[in-house]
Design a protein around this ligand. Structure first.
Ligand SMILES: [Zn+2]
Ligand SMILES: [Zn+2]
Length: 441
């Protein structure tokens, strides 16, 4: 039996413990569904061809488990058709799993954050069931899902769908395991600890995350660099980032994800989507590396000394995958995505109103674009390149503003030029970038 039933055709979850099935918007829902199910029964329609499935652990594990309804002693009951589905419910949560739930809540509490286990979050007509939900700073919600080696591996399905649904609804999914095979999956941001007995997990002592967290190494692609250039054989002179595995304490992970100082990132390398956790400082610096004139990183205030988090989304939408070229000899620590290589930068002064006005007026007949547009684009690229080479946070904040202004200047000039010449703005911009960044092509 299960208390939560999934209606395949209505696409809603039904909570049998509530009179209205937790759907006050549909009066008489139980009567309708129960009568329909009995009608199917009288017509000998197989349970698997009817409307109802288990909406509890079976669905959580990605198993479609047919159910039928009955009344017993005035109580509503949903019954699994298959014994193996019913047995899935009787497997008690392991002591290790319970120890993790308690540890997460304790660590969160010590960091000043609340939370609860087995939380059901209403989402439209359905729910999201979260193993342990931590309520973090600035409305941040971290949904911990613990999947230990004690569970049946075949049961772990639909991870990406569940994690995606949580993320879409404001819950940052944080899946933790002690099983190597899970940690190597790329379907969500897995963290892994060594396999430990419940009494050690429950204790206050060190519990380490041994995979899933990375420190980003920002480096300059010159002759002294230790990593190969991810873009090619030669040194390109740009800044790159390489992700290196690093252990963190489990309790710190719980608290810092809640605070927003550890955040998930994802990027594509070849056909694989890589997902892991980094500090928000590393993520911000990576944003500076990836940004371009039309997709500037969010403007940030000078970071406070406390390291308190900025109010930024902690989960990137999967629709915006970062492209990447992983060096072949570093399969598990690929360098992160990069900008196209810039040309040798000429000394370019920051753009001024005068620059922009002149860009609007003059045109260089030999290349088809005003030379002032080229000057502005060079200034913006130069400012971005400078930003990529800075490591100091304050200097980067200042330089990010310089870049932002330069990028806005060139964007405005391109818009104005395209409009007055009745040209396609996108094409003007693409041509300009090609002229500035790859002048030989
Ligand atoms: Zn079930
Ligand atoms: Zn390079």
């Amino acid at each position: 039996m299960a208390n939560v039933v999934w209606h395949k055709n209505f696409r809603i979850l039904l909570d049998l413990t509530r009179d209205d099935l937790d759907h006050p918007e549909f009066p008489g829902l139980w009567d309708l569904i129960y009568a329909t199910d009995r009608f199917y029964g009288r017509r000998s329609v197989p349970v698997s061809e009817r409307d109802l499935q288990c909406g509890g652990v079976c669905r959580d594990m990605g198993v479609e488990a047919p159910m039928h309804l009955r009344m017993r002693g005035g109580r509503r009951e949903a019954v699994h058709e298959r014994r193996e589905d019913e047995e899935r419910h009787s497997v008690p949560m392991s002591d290790e799993h319970k120890a993790y739930q308690e540890r997460i809540l304790r660590a969160a509490h010590e960091g000043g954050f609340g939370g609860d286990s087995e939380v059901r979050t209403r989402v439209g007509r359905t729910w999201i069931q979260t193993d342990t939900l931590v309520e973090g700073a600035d409305g941040r919600r971290i949904g911990w899902e613990v999947q230990l080696s004690t569970i049946d591996e075949s049961g772990l399905r639909g991870v990406r769908a569940r994690a995606g649904k949580a993320a879409k609804n404001g819950i940052t999914p944080a899946w933790h395991t002690d099983r190597l095979a899970y940690a190597q999956r790329n379907d969500t941001h897995w963290t892994r600890s060594d396999r430990l007995p419940a009494h050690l997990i429950a204790r206050n002592g060190d519990l380490r995350i041994v995979s899933g967290f990375r420190a980003l190494d920002f480096w300059h692609c010159d002759t002294s660099a230790v990593y190969p250039c991810p873009d090619g054989v030669r040194r390109c002179g740009k800044a790159h980032a390489t992700a290196k595995p690093r252990d963190v304490f489990f309790d710190d992970m719980v608290r810092q994800t809640a605070a927003g100082t550890i955040v998930p990132i994802q990027f594509r390398a070849g056909k694989t989507m890589h997902r892991y956790w980094v500090t928000s400082a590393d993520r911000d610096r990576l944003d500076d590396l990836h940004g371009n004139d039309t997709r500037l990183p969010a403007d940030r205030d000078i970071a406070p000394a406390s390291g308190a988090s900025r109010n930024r989304p902690t989960c990137r939408p999967a629709t915006d995958p970062l492209t990447n070229h992983a060096p072949k000899d570093l399969p598990y620590i690929p360098a992160l995505p990069l900008q196209p290589p810039p040309p040798a930068i000429e000394a370019a002064s920051p753009p001024t109103v005068e620059h922009i006005n002149r860009a609007r007026q003059r045109s260089d007949g030999t290349i088809g674009l005003p030379s002032e547009l080229i000057t502005l684009q060079r200034a913006a690229d130069d400012a971005h390149l400078k930003l990529q080479h800075l490591s100091d946070n304050l200097e980067r904040d200042v330089q990010r503003r310089v870049w932002r202004e330069a990028a806005e200047a060139v964007q405005a000039a391109v818009t104005h030029y395209a409009r007055t010449k009745r040209l396609n703005r996108y094409e003007v911009e693409a041509r300009l970038r090609q002229l500035v960044r790859n002048p030989t092509q």
